[in-house]
Design a binder for this molecule. Sequence first.
Ligand SMILES: Cc1cc2nc3c(=O)[nH]c(=O)nc-3n(C[C@H](O)[C@H](O)[C@H](O)COP(=O)(O)OP(=O)(O)OC[C@H]3O[C@@H](n4cnc5c(N)ncnc54)[C@H](O)[C@@H]3O)c2cc1C
Length: 498
Amino acid sequence: MATRFMLSSQSFPLKPHQPLQNTPPFPLTKIHYTAPRNLIRGKRVHSTSKYGNFLGLRPEHQPETLDFDLPWCHPSDRAHFDVIIIGAGPAGIRLAEQVSLYGVKVCCVDPDPLSVWPNNYGVWVDEFESLGLEDCLDKTWPMACVHVNDSKTKYLDRSYGRVGRRKLKERLIEGCVSNGVRFHKAKAWEVEHQEFESCVLCDDGVELKGSLVVDASGFGSRFIEYDKVRNQGYQIAHGVLAEVEEHPFDLDKMVLMDWRDSHLGNEPSLRVSNSKFPTFLYAMPFSSNLVFLEETSLVSRPVLSYMEVKKRMVARLRHLGIRVKRVLEDEKCLIPMGGPLPRIPQNVMAIGGTSGVVHPSTGYMVARTMAVAPVVAFAIAECLGSTRMIRGKALYARVWNSMWPIESRMAREFYSFGMETLLKLDLNGSRSFFNAFFDLKPYYWQGFLSSKLTLQELLWLSMSLFGHASNPSKLDIATKCPLPLAKMMGNIALDYIG
Ligand SMILES: Cc1cc2nc3c(=O)[nH]c(=O)nc-3n(C[C@H](O)[C@H](O)[C@H](O)COP(=O)(O)OP(=O)(O)OC[C@H]3O[C@@H](n4cnc5c(N)ncnc54)[C@H](O)[C@@H]3O)c2cc1C
């Protein structure tokens, strides 16, 4: 779903890339060459105005490819796989790497299995450390901060990291290659099922047969079924990795949320809309002149206009005195959040964006997917590994239940209720909510953000948040949230009975 604006070829004379001042502690490998100043693809582009409007700058990003000799799927292997995984995003490749560890025969289908993932992923460092993946972070910050308003900033004593997309994909692909995973470069078109076998039809005419098909094709998936209305919220954001003249951020802190709105003082219409449907700035300062900036609507339904998000970002950067000289990458982030889980079980297994693991209140997913893939892999290996031969409906039920045991389904109802509450909050409500949220004991706010709390802990957290909320916020929650609360209780009861 991420829309990116990329240059596919270069029509200007190339010259070796000039390093930026204060080179960041990771290689900017995607920028190999730079165009003459203000000349991209032979066209003169707008220079940044004195107000710092960067929207006219074209991103210089070049799509990158990994340099790997992948074991492709040959006609002779096509007889039968144990598992066919559709999609080589973070979720698909992580599952392929994990399940193939057990000697299970895997094929991964993707139109471009070697492309480096485009999104800028952030995670909490402890989440990656607990999985032994900390060497796949290309930059970490010892602290994060949240600007609640002009006079209040909270400092969070938890390290945050930017995922090294190339490093992580290389590491997982290396595992796949050494465990014998095969790759097929195509788009899956259709999936057909028989009692104990499924067939993936690809757009190049190839048919791949396997005992289990796993859909890891992301938010746009066509292969997963739902039996409830999909009333999702959406996170929308505009992000740029930018070379700037200077910026006001401390280099040892990333900015998780900046809810200040003083930049909208001279923009009455933006101010009014922001006070109803607020956005915040998320910033990762890499060096004194290199920073990733993202104006973010945490969750909205219907989704906030993308142009509105960009206009607010222009006003904010101008107010912060950030003049963008070059846009190295940009991303449109659109993440569906919450809504019902897929029907459990069903013949196709899901992982990643299509499986419901996106955190309904934050939109984060990468760390959770890295953590859940080994659990799902173990369940698959128990059914299809060398000693057992459980296939068909029994296999689907076991694998789906490994990802969504009953306690996790009930906890997810709670996280979705969190999303419904956030949807009701205006700027002041969001500020008081996060002020109270980050005052909770670290165990609770960290556990909530990493989807690690039990149902009892989530109940305690909600009562505590409500107890600490300001009187207007209490009134807001009491008047606006009874319906979502009743729905959540109903769904929890159904999960429990069913
Ligand atoms: C811009 C953006 C920023 C994000 N930032 C964060 C973040 O900071 N932290 C975080 O935790 N989460 C983040 N997310 C959310 C989530 O982690 C990402 O969307 C993540 O990429 C989802 O991984 P995935 O493997 O499920 O799907 P994807 O990354 O979308 O990968 C799907 C793969 O499947 C392939 N595919 C699609 N259709 C087919 C088909 N029919 N046949 C074969 N292959 C197919 C695609 O080519 C792609 O390679 C972000 C999302 C976006 C959009």
